[in-house]
Design a protein around this ligand. Structure first.
Ligand code: ATP
Ligand code: MG
Length: 400
């Protein structure tokens, strides 16, 4: 197959390939960008693979950065862009089912393609648009199949993260996993326990934020992967409840975690533990916890503007979205109008300070300041007083 019209991102990078070839080496576009272009999807980061060793690449180009030189990756800066150029390599010495501890630079493209995870990710394109397809990746793209390069079992033993990548790509591309590859995942799922949780999380979140996340999640459960992820142990049935709901896509990671917390029926400390075990960022942990709390309030129908404000107005849209997903019914529009009228995000936005309060009340700093401040804050949130200095002073005095 020949790609007649190279996409703009590839065209722009052609001078890089040409320079490498002029120096007597081979260079190709590889990996995700080739796959996505053939599928007609937008491409991000163009990866280039070459027979030149890193030191040789550094001699060819004036401006380079040693991005991951021990793994063979050098970043080349050319015109206004930067390109990651990785030397063809093979990998060996996979200990503990994790990434290899030894990479060997090689001169053969085929050897490099052989170490890649799935056939659809093992395609290369030369500067004339010729597709090099040693493992029937084109056929698998056409029949929408994720299939390991070589023996699936061995490939998952080398790097167990590939099992998570399989369900992630399935969700992103709406593909199916080829039978033997799927069987090898089901058989080797326990190996996932050897993988750093951060790497699992990265794939899991990419899966949950994909268009077809329910397809990925369904396979993640069916192929036993969920059993070996933090706090999902014996929760197949509960997780599967997410497959029943009608949902397009999640707004963000925070919403996806809150949805998981909801179906797993976790209370605050349990959900906090799950988020810590998955090592999500503090920001995501806080937003997810508050979103789930807000969702529980909506469900109980027992809440007021102050509760919503305290849990963060920023979490409101996410919670509305989840309420619809889980069919928690109430008048969203009326509530949204009220929430839209909350004029502050935190007490820092108040038009009065602690010092002002001392002066107005003629008192020294002390606990009463904090109390007065929250009283004013609540007054503003509930729309009982405008957030300007004069009105707030008046409100303060009349509520003593
Ligand atoms: P994305 O669109 O998420 O960037 P991608 O296919 O480009 O998808 P990357 O993680 O960027 O994925 O990896 C680039 C390429 O490197 C892959 O297409 C694949 O060929 C190879 N690769 C990445 N991770 C692995 C792995 N764990 N095992 C084998 N090959 C891998
Ligand atoms: Mg990529």
């Amino acid at each position: 197959m020949q790609i007649k019209q190279l996409p703009a991102d590839f065209k722009e990078a052609l001078p890089v390939l040409e320079k490498i070839e002029q120096a007597g080496f081979e260079a190709y576009f590889v990996g995700g960008s080739v796959r996505d272009h053939i599928l007609g999807l937008p491409i991000h980061d163009v990866d280039i693979a070459t027979s030149a060793y890193p030191e040789e690449i550094k001699k060819i180009f004036n401006r380079t950065i040693d991005t991951g030189i021990q793994h063979g990756t050098v970043t080349v800066l050319m015109n206004e862009s930067s390109y990651e150029i990785t030397t063809f390599r093979t990998e060996s010495g996979y200990q503990d089912y994790r990434r290899p501890d030894k990479v060997t630079f090689v001169r053969s493209l085929e050897d490099d393609l052989k170490r890649r995870d799935f056939t659809i990710n093992a395609l290369a394109v030369d500067r004339n648009g010729n597709v090099i397809d040693k493992f029937d990746g084109l056929k698998d793209l056409d029949r929408k199949v994720i299939k390991a390069v070589g023996k699936a079992e061995e490939r998952f033993h080398e790097d167990a993260l590939r099992m998570m990548r399989a369900v992630r790509f399935q969700a992103q591309l709406d593909f199916t996993i080829e039978e033997q590859t799927a069987q090898a995942i089901a058989d080797n799922a326990p190996l996932l326990e050897k993988i750093a949780v951060e790497r699992i999380r990265e794939e899991f979140v990419k899966m949950m934020l994909s268009q077809s996340w329910q397809i990925g999640l369904s396979e993640f459960i069916k192929l036993n992967l969920s059993e070996y992820c933090p706090d999902f142990g014996d929760q197949k049935f509960e997780l599967a409840e997410l497959l029943e709901v009608e949902k397009q896509t999640f707004i963000d990671e925070d919403e996806a975690w809150a949805a998981l917390g909801y179906v797993l029926e976790l209370n605050h400390p349990e959900f906090n533990k799950l988020l810590r075990d998955w090592k999500v960022s503090n920001k995501t942990r806080e937003a997810s916890l508050n979103t789930l709390n807000m969702l529980h309030l909506f469900e109980s129908q027992d809440f007021d503007l102050w509760n919503i404000y305290k849990l963060g107005v920023d979490n409101f849209e996410r919670t509305i979205d989840l309420s619809k997903m889980f069919q928690i019914e109430f008048d969203y529009d009326e509530l949204r109008q009220k929430v839209d009228h909350i004029s502050i995000k935190s007490s820092h936005d108040l038009a009065i300070t602690g010092k002002d309060i001392c002066e107005i009340l003629g008192i020294k700093p002390g606990p009463i300041i904090g109390k007065s401040m929250s009283q004013i804050e609540r007054g503003v949130v509930e729309g009982n007083v405008y957030n300007n200095f004069d009105e707030l002073s008046h409100y303060l005095l009349s509520n003593q």
